[in-house]
Ligand binder design. Sequence first.
Ligand code: ADP
Length: 494
Amino acid sequence: MSHKLYKNLIGGEWVAAKTGKTFLNSSPANKNDVVGEFQSSGADDVDAAVKAAAEAFKTWRLVPAPKRAEILYRAGHLLEQRKEQYAKDMTREMGKVLAETRGDVQEAIDTAYYMAGEGRRLFGQTTPSELPNKFAMSVRMPVGVCGMIAPWNFPMAIPSWKLFPALVCGNTCVIKPAEDTPLSTFNLVQTLIDAGLPKGVVNIVTGFGPEAGAPLVEHPGVHAVSFTGSSEVGRLVGQVAAANFKPCSLEMGGKNAMIVLDDANLDLALDGAVWGAFGTTGQRCTATSRIILHKSIAAEFTEKLVARAKALKVGDGLDESVEMGPQVNEQQIETSTKYCEVAQQEGAKLLCGGKRLTEGAYANGTFFAPTVFSEVKPEMRIAQEEVFGPVVSLIECSSFDEALEIANSIKYGLSTALYSRNVNNAYRAIRDLEAGITYINAPTIGAEVHLPFGGVKQTGNGHREGGTGALDFYTTWKSVYVDYSDKLQRAQID
Ligand code: ADP
């Protein structure tokens, strides 16, 4: 089957990479299904894109924010119309089931409308001056050219979290999508173009991390960097940005715990566990990867969870009856396989799954069986390190205090969940779980776009996407003093 060739978007033109190289994007459900051919870009391509974004910034920053927002409203509306097609494209290139890719596009629609509303807010502050006949206010200014590096697990939602707030704030952008899922970024940006986005305001450079991502972070013309991905790469990105004093938002790993106490609604917790652990094939930074069970309900919960995991229908996400799609690529399969071996060497007990699925319809894809480990100890690697696959660890505890201690005993701090019907426990969890997100009686996944998204400890570097935190990242404050006294007035002195 012939496939389409996609070029970089630079200054409003579709152009081939100067490297002369391309790569194929194929479906994780069937490697013979080629989704498209994309440019394998290098530093020269990034340089051209950054220059185009700098040129576009000269005029885009002067467009009134409510007018910029109108483009986002239109884009949101167009995304609603295109939702089904874009969801299918996304399932094809990324693997997760259609219900979830529809949700991913919906997240971009929600972000479009939410950030469009900001076009008529973008509030600063007015405040009295300490001097007479003097006016003081703070206003949000765009940062300039923003470099964005996206992962593959939310191929449209995450680019929308980065692009839409940046645009409404008056910035111009160069985005490098993940090499596994570039098509969804093209769909998103094509929608912006159709909604009236001027040339050069968003530029796309596709390619691999070291060749196309690193030069974007390093480029002196990039004024802020937003990265979502692994902690290893995030550390590199952060170091390069810091050396150049660039604002840099890092959103990285998690090892998210769900606590189930003896007073929980067990069936509800079970539904949450299956969705949190195996939704998106466990490939969410907020995936439930540790379930901390009170010993009095552990046996019953474990038995039911294993039955549910075994019953999950795994397959091509384009089939509406499938509940869990493939992992995104061979590398993720290797990681899941490795951690299943490590867990058993450490003494964890494999209850189901633990291996790649290769028979029949699975033969040409990267499928992994839903996996549950019991008898996991909090200090084991399977309980400490991010797997990013359909692998969940069960850890027993004797008390709520112990559960909190176990939940917090990791280097990450993204999402957490507590299942309990005791309101006192709920408020203690909200206060004491070391995480950017805590759910009560809901699984660790399910963020809404108007709340801050991000984590503490080694999950991030203090920034938040979503919510007003995104505006804080994509603007810089200017304090303005207007003296209408017609004389020199000296602050702190007169
Ligand atoms: P994952 O393991 O989930 O693929 P990565 O951190 O490897 O996460 O990738 C996230 C994004 O970072 C991708 O777009 C990838 O191309 C990019 N990337 C990888 N290496 C680098 C690098 N050295 N510099 C900048 N970006 C990179």
